[in-house]
Design a protein around this ligand. Sequence first.
Ligand SMILES: [Mg+2]
Length: 163
Amino acid sequence: MKVIFLDIDGVLNCKTTPNPRQFPYVVDMRLLRRLNKLLARTGAKVVLSSSWRVDPAGLFAAKHWGVPFIDVCPDMPRSPRFREVLTWLKHHPKATRYAVIDDEDDELDELPLFQPSATTGLTPEIAKGVENYLNGKTEQTMRANVLTRIGQNIHSLFKRDKS
Ligand SMILES: [Mg+2]
């Protein structure tokens, strides 16, 4: 079984998500459709790592918006998020391949992390990256700091060209 550990804030919602009533728990339908396409293309199941899961209102909202999760990570308040992910995996040996989608690091660096910016949420590029990873086409993950590093490398290449 393929699994996506899913954060919601900054992944399924972003700076431009319409939220006229200022709900604390809002999902962007455009981003949710993108996730659903990714699930169809990979056969992956969603396990919520989002903090929404520890608030009954958040869990209710996730269901209300139609976020298709099959389970949630255990709540370990004193542990970083990656421990919660690893604990879930330990109890579910059927999970053969997994990816983590989270806009924050939360000490997730040891895991296959795909990290959209909270400004955009889940982009087509990141969704494609997760798809290729889960389908075994690549071992490449997409962390914000790596992308920044690539940007910096390109920048330094240009600088070198100029000098
Ligand atoms: Mg987040």
